[in-house]
Ligand binder design. Sequence first.
Ligand code: ADP
Ligand code: MG
Length: 172
Amino acid sequence: MRGRLEDFLEMRYVCLMTSRIATKSAAETQKIARILAGELKPHAHGAVVVALEGDLGAGKTTFTQGFARALGIKENVLSPTFVLMKIYDLKQEARSKKQGFKYLVHIDCYRIHNPKDILHLGMKDILKDRDAIVLIEWADRIKKILPRDTIRIRFAHGAKQHERRMRIEAVA
Ligand SMILES: Nc1ncnc2c1ncn2[C@@H]1O[C@H](COP(=O)(O)OP(=O)(O)O)[C@@H](O)[C@H]1O
Ligand SMILES: [Mg+2]
């Protein structure tokens, strides 16, 4: 967790929660994503950010697909490796059901090596946008510019072919 001593003293972090989950299929990983999507609510101060970290094939895009579906997105969600960012409008009906986000922003930082490279894409405004829920693959590459209350999910391959381990960290 990143944070300054002053913030702890001001009790800006009340609690750091860590959950560890193992899944046995892509469908199970998507189910976890669906559950998380149902729990998240917009913040008063800016976008809700979910950082997805882990190797190629560890399940970041698979997770995003489940998350997007839970928000009512029908389109096929792919890694925006070349376009870097894709914005999905959420339908009115999903908005009321899903606590009021208006956009899902899916970002892939695989090709980003300097956080400055993504600031050109309007990243600052997106992070300030209370209507946005932002999922970022390879988020460790732009750690420096992410909000302190970013939810962090670390994906790893398990021992078996279809096993994946996820470690979810969030501040409350
Ligand atoms: N338990 C699992 N969770 C997620 N994906 C899995 C799982 N088991 C197998 N897979 C497969 O692994 C691949 C994960 O790829 P992807 O989600 O694109 O990874 P990343 O975006 O992290 O590179 C997909 O082909 C998916 O079907
Ligand atoms: Mg991916």
